[in-house]
Design a protein around this ligand. Structure first.
Ligand code: NAD
Length: 492
């Protein structure tokens, strides 16, 4: 049994004021493996105060100094990727290949932020104005359980690159991962208060960040419902808000596609991160004429997917993160049947011989796009096969959703796929593969979010443009306002 008894405030691991203890589970066994002592609103307040004290000097550090810090953070996290991966497997049930990728991504985030900052012009001339991009203030960073370590690092990296200080509210269900990351970040030796980490419940610590007047910016990854509540709470103090929310992503298999490659690709897109992924391609769209063929290939492909021990390198699908999540997936499978969809493979219950929170990877056919299973985010390995009449119909169905995070288009003809991709309302559209570009903007259209992360767009999310007007000569002369602005130390 592990016990996480501290939070991180003002450069030190300290005992929280909050006294609630929260159980941590290994979802592969459904056994309790530890406890975390949760912070409360008072702890959040202390962390915000520390970040606020650190802001004036950190916001004026030079670009080169912040790049050096980001590289130190990268080294410290990279030295612990094995431990991060290990805790992701233990506490979240991530299959080993996924855990290794996610741990690498956590470390790489700091280098991505450093290279973005290096080439990003924080000062530019627009007409007669000097425009400078300044850090927005103290940032509140809130992460979900399905990629906790990676999101802590990615959000923090870009906040620091901009010159913001931060309070992180990680998922309370991911305290073991958070602890490993916190130790690494501490080792990098940043000035006290520049980043702070408060484990706690969302409706306590997270809500305090969303409400607090000294938080200028919230970057949140999580469910659409909570994202909306954060936006409402932040409106009172006009916080800058980045929301990375849910999805119901379509995979469009065009008429000419080779199903031997298209179906395995669609299954991988749907089952990414054991189906617990915002960008999972959970709606598979095929031409009506190829429905039977697609069903058959889906059945054989999914039957061959290995579910079980996440430590087995052949495992593609680990357990659901919690009993609540397991029950949620079961409920959606029942709802699918009640609404008239037909199971091609999988179904309710656990796969034979597995005790943890494992579900049977499931594919429904005869799904209409208005059915609950085609509209709501299930967050498990449950896919819907939906047929379309022609390409126009496919595009209409793909876009008929409140979400717009990602889509995938599959065709033998790249140009044809690209033409369809250009008409899909989603923040990212993949053509003929599960591609990734870490510096390209990531985020959602519609109710999948607001704003973007990664690369220059991700950096801008923590910056506020300031326009300086008046000649430099005047500024150095007798205009008191411009003179003080010109003389102030710069973070460029
Ligand atoms: P969640 O919304 O329940 O929780 C996310 C975080 O918000 C947690 O740290 C939680 O404690 C906190 N929180 C909860 N209530 C809060 C409140 N009232 N105020 C402030 N913070 C609060 O989401 P989850 O179940 O942890 O994660 C799964 C969800 O995240 C899915 O909907 C998924 O699509 C989404 N997600 C989106 C992306 C993306 O990049 N778009 C990536 C990963 C996950």
């Amino acid at each position: 049994m592990r016990s996480i008894d501290t939070i991180y405030i003002d450069g030190s691991f300290v005992t929280p004021r909050g006294e609630e203890r929260f159980d941590l589970f290994n979802p592969s066994t459904s056994r309790v493996i530890g406890q975390v002592r949760l912070g409360n609103a008072q702890d959040a307040g202390l962390a915000i105060a520390a970040a606020r004290r650190a802001f004036p000097s950190f916001s004026r550090t030079r670009k080169a100094d912040r790049i050096t810090l980001l590289r130190r953070l990268h080294e410290a996290v990279a030295a612990r990727t094995d431990r991060i991966a290990e805790t992701m497997i233990e506490e979240y049930g991530a299959p080993v290949s996924r855990a290794a990728w996610a741990a690498g991504y956590a470390a790489q985030s700091f280098l991505d932020a450093a290279s973005t900052l290096e080439t990003y012009p924080l000062e530019r001339r627009i007409g007669s104005a000097d425009v400078v991009l300044e850090p927005v203030g103290v940032a509140g960073l809130i992460t979900p359980w399905n990629a906790n370590a990676g999101f802590i690092c990615n959000k923090l990296a870009f906040a620091l690159a901009a010159g913001c200080t931060a309070v992180i509210k990680p998922s309370e269900m991911s305290a073991l991962q958070t602890q490993v990351v916190a130790e690494a970040l501490h080792e990098a030796g940043l000035p006290d208060g520049v980043f702070n980490i408060v484990n706690g419940r969302g409706d306590v610590v997270g809500a305090e960040l969303a409400r607090h007047p000294d938080i200028a910016k919230i970057s949140f990854t999580g469910s659409t419902a909570v994202g909306k509540s954060i936006m409402r709470a932040g409106a009172e103090t006009l916080k800058r808000i980045t929301l990375e929310l849910g999805g119901k992503s379509p995979t469009l298999i065009l008429e000419d596609a080779d199903l031997d490659t298209a179906i395995p690709l669609a299954v991988r897109a749907g089952f990414i991160n054991s189906g617990q992924a915002c960008l999972a391609g959970t709606r598979i769209l095929v031409p009506e004429s190829r429905k039977r063929e697609a069903e058959e290939r889906l059945r054989t492909t999914v039957e061959a997917v290995k579910v079980g021990d996440p430590r087995n390198p052949e495992t593609a699908i680990g357990p659901m993160v919690s009993l609540k999540q397991w029950e949620r997936v079961q409920r959606y499978i029942r709802v699918g049947l009640e609404e008239g969809a037909r199971i091609v493979v999988g179904g309710e219950g656990k796969p034979d011989g597995l005790e943890g929170y494992f579900v049977r990877p499931t594919v429904f056919s005869d799904v209409q796009n208005h059915m609950t299973i085609a509209r709501e985010e299930i967050f498990g390995p449950v896919l819907s096969l939906i047929t379309y009449k022609d390409e126009e119909d496919a595009i209409t169905i793909a876009n008929d959703t409140v979400y717009g995070l990602q889509a995938c288009v599959i065709s033998k003809d790249d140009e044809r796929a690209r033409a369809v991709a250009s008409r899909i309302a989603a923040g990212r559209v993949l053509v003929n593969g599960l591609h990734h570009e870490p510096l390209a903007p990531f985020g959602g259209f519609k109710q999948s979010g607001i704003g973007r992360e990664h690369g220059p767009y991700g950096l801008e999310a923590y910056l506020e443009p300031k326009t300086l007007l008046g000649s430099r000569e005047v500024a150095q002369g007798n205009d008191p306002y411009l003179a003080s602005a010109a003389a102030a130390p710069s973070n460029r």
